[in-house]
Design a protein around this ligand. Structure first.
Ligand code: FRU
Length: 559
């Protein structure tokens, strides 16, 4: 039996489901006098029960499970949980005991990002509750800890001091018990939401969803609120908005709260009369909310609703952003997010300009927050073309590099936060005026910075795996991400820019994130590689216009 030393941790958290009657998790320790002390907890009969077993610090334990399936298991608690985070345990297939896993090795696989945040394992979607509080950036996220697909939703949690390195924390919220108990008939859970941080408290708003397996009129989405003072213990949730306004559809979710002057506002994603709509609520005390009016109604057809709306004041303008659910745009891209910039007066938002949030369409449900004058946004790296390759103990989904947002001439600009530069490692190439071929990049985690003295046609290979490839192409029709040999082949991932002068490209195993012209456009696309080696090749029609190129390795954040 492998032994686990609890070190500074005081709790073992296990998600366990019976595979036979009596299935349970067992924790055994030997006392000084040689006697054994055993603690057992029964696994859930038909769903993963979330077991919490108290541990003593600095004690050796033998942890095992019998007749049950364990989806996630970690040590938690202790005196400084935001610093020590959690330690994940995995089951040794040979003897059935649990052991502490080395994080660096765990995160090192061909389809595992090394410097984009992803969970320890299984499914992740939207970032939730982003905020800075008492020295830490907090990221909560939509999480299914049990498997690599969406299901009833939990909230996962991680913290960072620098927006780059993240420490995993315990799961925060679980689906309602009545949903877990009736999973064949109903679905739901703790859906997306936001955080409002003040000096000594964080207030969270989220949607609780409960409804039939197929969404419809019986679906109930309500807005709930909870608080925390230490980001480890969270209050009971209270319902603050029990039903949608009469004109809105049952899609009624993803609260985002902000303060403008003396008032608090909440935006919610919904639809009105078959059109995607973002609803505006108002409050004086953050608890009692009144419906004001739709903030944005999108005239484009075939948008089921807006999801995960955001609303902010930025660079003297106001900006609304929302994700278009179930919509295909004219390029064949699925579920794009749109931003709208304009003015906001007397509760009315007037759109002056709009555009796509991310031209790669593998970035969804972005959420932003403000810290020390910076507006920072993180998006979920989604897989709308179903290109995911499941691997044992893998994760499905990750987060974009945190981006700093700006508005210039009514247009959204996004650049990776400058903190990401700390990850820059060995330089692989630096030069100009020539085409470049780096056929084997060990680790497949790199950053390429490129400047052109004039707009020139080019093709940049960012990944290749047998017949499959991903490239960034600038040609007659403009700038595109082009995929070949994969399910998204043929979809046109076009950036809305007139010319290309500057590129910042981040490749990280199964993700490519591209920033154009100092943030004028950003595009995120997944591309699965069967190897941990990557490649980079620049073919410019007029190499003399290649003013500067630097390709450098990026370090893993999981060391
Ligand atoms: C967007 C979304 C949200 C919802 C959550 C559920 O990806 O569908 O609208 O709150 O995911 O996981």
């Amino acid at each position: 039996m492998k032994k686990v030393n609890s070190a500074k941790y005081t709790c073992l958290e296990v998600f366990a489901r019976q595979t036979a009657d009596g299935g349970r998790v067992r924790v055994l320790t030997r006392k000084a006098d040689g006697s054994r002390e055993t603690l057992e907890k029964p696994a859930g009969a038909n769903y993963f029960a979330w077991l919490k077993i108290p541990l003593r610090e600095d004690t050796e334990y033998e942890i095992s499970s019998e007749d049950c399936e364990v989806s996630l298991c970690y040590l938690s608690g202790g005196a400084h949980p935001l610093e020590t985070g959690v330690r994940y345990l995995e089951k040794d297939q040979a003897d059935g005991s649990f052991y502490i896993v080395d994080q660096t090795a765990w995160y090192d696989g061909p389809t595992r990002e090394t410097y984009h945040f992803s969970p320890w394992k299984n499914w992740i979607n939207d970032p939730n509750g982003l905020c800075w509080f008492q020295g830490y950036y907090h990221m909560f996220y939509q999480f299914n800890p049990h498997e690599q697909q969406w299901s009833n939703m939990y909230w996962g949690h991680a913290v960072s001091r620098d927006l780059v390195h993240w420490t995993h924390l315990p799961v925060v919220l679980a689906p309602q018990e009545e949903i877990l108990e009736n999973q064949e008939k109903v679905k739901g859970g703790a859906f997306s939401g936001c955080a409002v941080a003040s000096d000594d408290e964080v207030v969270f708003y989220l949607t609780r969803h409960k409804g039939p397996l197929q969404d419809g009129e019986e679906t109930v989405e309500q807005q709930w609120m909870m608080q925390s003072r230490d980001m480890i213990r969270f209050s009971e949730e209270t319902c603050v908005i029990g039903q949608p306004p009469q004109e809105a559809s049952f899609d009624f979710r993803d609260p985002k709260v902000l303060r403008i002057k003396e008032r608090w506002y909440m935006v919610l994603g919904s639809a009105i009369a078959g059109q995607g709509a973002i609803l505006l609520y108002e409050s004086a005390d953050k608890k009692r909310w009144e419906y004001v009016c739709p903030l944005v109604r999108e005239g484009k057809e075939k948008i089921r609703c807006f999801e995960c709306p955001d609303f902010m004041e930025l660079d003297g303008k106001y900006m609304v952003i929302g994700a278009w659910m179930e919509h295909y745009d004219e390029c064949g891209r699925y579920q794009m997010s749109r931003y709208y910039t304009g003015t906001f007066k007397d509760g009315e938002f007037t759109v002056e300009n709009d555009g796509w949030f991310d031209f790669g369409s593998n970035c969804y449900a972005m959420q932003s927050f403000e810290h020390q004058g910076r507006r920072i946004s993180i998006g979920w790296i989604s897989d709308f073309y179903e290109e995911h390759v499941p691997c044992e103990n893998g994760a499905y989904g990750s987060m974009t590099i945190p981006r700093e947002l700006h508005i210039k001439d009514g247009k959204l600009y996004m650049t990776p936060v400058q903190e990401i530069r700390a990850l820059k490692g060995k330089t692989l190439y630096e030069g100009k005026g020539e085409n470049i071929r780096l056929p084997k990049i060990e680790g497949n985690a790199y950053r390429a910075g490129i400047r052109f003295s004039e707009n020139t046609f080019f093709s940049i290979l960012l990944g290749a795996d047998g017949e499959k490839s991903i490239s960034l192409v600038n040609g007659e029709g403009g700038l595109y991400i082009v995929t070949k040999g994969v399910k998204s082949e043929g979809v046109c991932f076009k950036a809305d820019v007139e010319e290309v002068r500057d590129l910042e490209i981040y490749v990280d195993r199964r993700v490519a994130e591209v920033y154009v012209n100092g943030g004028e456009a950003a595009g995120t696309k997944v591309f699965y590689n069967s190897s941990t080696d990557g490649c980079f090749a620049l073919d410019a029609e007029t190499p003399e216009h290649v003013a500067w190129v630097e390709v450098a390795c990026m370090k893993s954040i999981w060391h």
